[in-house]
Design a protein around this ligand. Structure first.
Ligand code: ATP
Ligand code: MG
Length: 254
């Protein structure tokens, strides 16, 4: 479903992803863990095409994302090609990124109406269903400033789902939240993971949650995937020293 083939991402002289080979199967739930600066967010941002890459190819559903096929040749992708492929992907950010001047409902309606051309009535019906699903139907007419962090993040998830993505990317979706709000957001993500409806890639510092919901966990360090495995294997029997050190540090920190 998602494939990185020798992907190179650099900021100036700093190589952040180094010939990264990495893939996620259809319907698979994969967590990415690793130290700060290891390139976890970058993996999501380049896949979302928020950042360009300097080498390699990314594929979504077998189709190249940053390249396209023209007369049997792979050439740099056009904006329209990138937009088409990217429409299969939705991303939830650490900092919610809701439009502050719009209600929860209008945040959810915005893209379906303006990029997918849905009628307001049609978009509203779907958005209300999604707000209901994340437990916020009664807050539909509230502005982000009138919602708690956990509620804002649940609206952000509903807004992402309103675009009907096949792939969901989460970048530390609970790390900006007060502890008492973490659970309500994890509950929504857990339900999405269990539904089997989405291919999911989740960057998280919450090892317990990664272990619980993932089919596979990948440990990144220094722009490379150093180790991957089934959650119980990776956490229960880590092989690489760097992973062992990382786990002992995060588990110590609680
Ligand atoms: N826009 C940018 N310009 C320059 N360097 C950047 C930029 N964005 C990220 N970097 C660098 O790329 C490296 C990887 O960053 P990235 O955000 O992917 O790390 P991360 O694993 O998500 O870390 P964290 O756990 O702290 O979120 C870091 O060294 C970071 O400083
Ligand atoms: Mg990050």
């Amino acid at each position: 479903m998602i494939q990185f083939d020798k992907v190179l991402k650099a900021y100036g002289a700093l190589q952040v992803l180094k010939d990264l080979d990495f893939s996620v199967d259809n319907g698979e739930v994969v967590s990415i863990i690793g130290p700060s600066g290891s390139g976890k967010t970058t993996v999501l941002r380049v896949l979302m095409t928020l950042e360009g890459i300097q080498g390699g190819t990314m594929y979504v559903n077998g189709e190249p994302l940053n390249k396209m096929n023209v007369d049997g040749q792979l050439v740099d992708a056009s904006k329209a090609h990138i937009r088409r492929i990217r429409s299969k992907i939705g991303m939830v950010f650490q900092s919610f990124n809701l439009f502050p001047h719009m209600t929860a409902l209008d945040n959810c309606n915005e893209s379906p109406i303006h990029t997918q051309g849905k009628s307001k009535a049609e978009a509203t019906e779907e958005s209300m269903r999604l707000l209901e699903m994340v437990g916020l139907a009664e807050k539909a007419n509230h502005y982000p400033s009138q919602l708690s962090g956990g509620q804002q993040q649940r609206v952000a998830i509903a807004r992402t789902l309103a675009m009907h993505p096949e792939i969901l990317l989460f970048d530390e979706p609970t790390s900006a939240l007060d502890p008492e709000m973490v659970g309500e957001v994890l509950e929504v993500i857990r339900d999405l993971a269990k539904s089997g409806d989405y291919t999911m890639l989740l960057v998280t510092h919450q090892m317990g949650f990664a272990r619980e919901v993932s089919d596979r966990v990948c440990f990144f360090d220094g722009g490379k995937m150093v180790e991957q495995g089934k959650p119980d294997d990776l956490f229960g029997n880590p092989q690489h020293d760097r992973l062992k050190q990382f786990l002992s540090k995060v588990l110590e920190a609680g």
